[in-house]
Design a protein around this ligand. Sequence first.
Ligand SMILES: Nc1ncnc2c1ncn2[C@@H]1O[C@H](COP(=O)(O)OP(=O)(O)OP(=O)(O)O)[C@@H](O)[C@H]1O
Ligand SMILES: [Mg+2]
Length: 236
Amino acid sequence: MSMLQVKDLNAWYGRSHVLQGVSLDVGQGEAVCMIGRNGAGKTTTLRTIMGLVARHTGEVLFQGEDILNEPIHHRFTLGLAYVPEERRIVPGLTVQENLRLGLVASQNRNREAEVIDGIAETFPRLRERLGQTADTLSGGEQQMLAIARAMVSEPRFIMLDEPSEGIMPILVDEMFELFTRMKAKGTTILLVEQNVARALEVADRAYVMDQGLIIHSGNAKDLLGDKEIQERYCAV
Ligand SMILES: Nc1ncnc2c1ncn2[C@@H]1O[C@H](COP(=O)(O)OP(=O)(O)OP(=O)(O)O)[C@@H](O)[C@H]1O
Ligand SMILES: [Mg+2]
């Protein structure tokens, strides 16, 4: 069953027609990755799905409901979460306070202690740093915090935009292990990544974007073997 269906999505920044009819589908429990060159429109696709791009046309169905013109908070309530490219953690707040912020709009807010314990177990690095202010975390730890904050609401569906960017390999390993565990627990994932090999390892399927269009889609394993497409459309 489809969890997310995007149909003929168009989006504009000013006069620039950035998405030119993007259609994609993410099944319940699937991990799907989206790859493509810089400027292809990957971030804009996630932002439009999340309701952050003002000018758009098309359809975004979440569990069958058209959410494209719904207010953002309604999307959160439905179980959608988004971890943007720029990690929007609050630098002056502690790790614990940042996690608490993720709970504010969530139905889990009455279970704070339990939820934060669970998150601390999933992210041992954060457990050791719950009282530390977020700006004193390393870049990789900040990214983990941004992901953890999205997860406190236990989303059914999470979109992540280049989570491994600028992060040291050992943390990238941890992060991809986390995605595998999230998927095993039933979370549906839409992942934008430049780290194509790693992304294709965790993903079931992949979409390749170029110039505002999906130009290829298929099984992640097949794409992993398709060096031609990777070289043409995924080089940074
Ligand atoms: N706020 C904005 N205002 C105007 N143009 C924008 C804005 N954000 C993005 N664009 C343009 O839209 C196009 C798509 O950008 P987008 O950020 O979606 O690409 P991307 O595939 O995520 O690239 P990257 O891999 O570099 O993150 C680019 O040409 C970009 O310059
Ligand atoms: Mg981007």
